[in-house]
Design a protein around this ligand. Structure first.
Ligand code: F6P
Length: 362
């Protein structure tokens, strides 16, 4: 790829064709997630310090690339951001059709800016877009992120550990207030169509029932489960429910939320609907608690900082090796590269055996 200031910039192509000094664009897209800043910092550190690269950051995700809205990222720009939540670059969602229409523009901007590589950091939607742009010939190395932990091909995504920690702390706190008031608290956690946050936080906090989208619930069974706890003399119960959970077909009336402009399902408040139903059936006071975006906010855990930093480091290395159309992934304790195509094929859902391990302890 040609570069407008090839005469100035110390581009260094080895005889093998590998570029040793690069101009790399980085962006964060989709919902924010603790650890995004750690990736950005790591890309800048590895690129600038070890390779002499030039890094630019696009603002507000793919929108920044499509509108050529960016800023230079040097070491000062990423000073002190490792532990900071959110993303210093900003993020946004983009409608798939806008991106499809924008491929030619994105290619033009990449050429004008002389970019040798683009590192998009994002979840399922972002990685699908990354694949689209990669198939069109752009040099892309993806980095997966999401608190939902629903990306196949990587054992874990950063952000998940932080979200589980926040949800677990909330559940611990809610247990004491549920006990004081002899209530049933139905705590709704995020996760879209998967129940990873519900499963892990529910197990960690010793919830009395865990409801996940992978296993549609039967309201009679759930009532029995919680009812048995009261019958055994216990005075309160905590039910963790993933926002995407739904009742088994025909077992309960249920409001669906429709779709938003990005084609994502709008969740219609499963905790609220469950609390009304359980209160009526059990004759116990039941309240919904929706944790919402608090699960995504604030500082990442040490685990997420380390994973995010490793992903950033390996994404830069992949770019230098010319491994485009790939995504960083955690496999066991190693970071590997996997094809973007593989990563977005299907969602990583909670397997039945994991759910069985977590089944209610009264
Ligand atoms: O994908 C991350 C996530 O936090 C989901 O768990 C949640 O359903 C969604 O994003 C919320 O998106 P928004 O911030 O657009 O409401």
């Amino acid at each position: 790829m040609s570069h407008p200031d090839d005469g100035v910039r110390p581009v260094n192509r080895l005889s093998s064709g590998v570029v040793t000094v690069m101009r790399i664009g980085v962006l964060t897209s989709g919902g924010d997630c603790p650890g995004l800043n750690a990736v950005i910092r790591s890309v800048v550190h590895r690129g600038v310090v070890d390779h002499g690269d030039e890094i630019i950051g696009f603002h507000d995700g793919w929108k920044g690339l499509l509108e050529c809205d960016y800023r230079a990222l040097d070491l000062d720009a990423v000073n002190g951001i490792l532990a900071r939540g959110g993303t210093i670059l900003g993020s946004s969602r983009v409608r798939p059709e806008h991106l499809r229409d924008g491929v030619a523009r994105a290619k033009e901007h990449v050429a004008d800016l002389g970019l040798d590589a683009i590192i998009p950091i994002g979840g399922e939607g972002t990685l699908k877009a990354a694949r689209l742009l990669s198939d069109s010939g752009l040099p892309i190395v993806g980095v997966p992120k999401t608190i939902d932990n629903d990306i196949t091909s990587t054992d874990v995504t950063f952000g998940f550990d932080t979200a589980v920690g926040v949800a677990t702390e909330a559940l611990d706190r809610l247990k004491t207030t549920a006990e004081s008031h002899q209530r049933v608290l139905i705590v709704e956690v995020m996760g879209r169509h998967t129940g990873w946050i519900a499963l892990h936080s529910g197990m960690a906090a010793g919830a009395h029932a865990i409801v996940v989208p992978e296993r549609p619930f039967d309201i009679d069974e759930l009532t029995d489960l919680v009812g048995k706890r009261f019958a055994a003399g216990k005075k309160f119960a905590i039910v963790v429910v993933a926002e995407g959970a739904k009742p088994r077909e025909g077992s309960m009336e249920f409001d669906e939320g429709g779709k938003d402009v990005y084609g994502h399902e709008r969740f219609a408040g499963v905790a609220r609907q469950l609390s009304i139903e359980l209160e009526e059936r059990l004759g116990k006071e039941a309240r919904p608690v929706i944790l919402g975006h608090v699960q995504r906010g604030g500082t990442p855990t040490a685990y997420d900082r380390v994973l995010a930093t490793r992903f950033g480091w390996h994404a830069v290395e992949a770019a230098h090796q010319g491994h485009f159309g790939m995504m960083t992934a955690l496999r066991g304790t190693d970071i590997r590269l996997v094809p973007l195509a593989e990563a977005v094929e299907h969602l990583k859902t909670v397997p039945a055996e994991r759910y069985v391990e977590a089944e209610c302890v009264l």
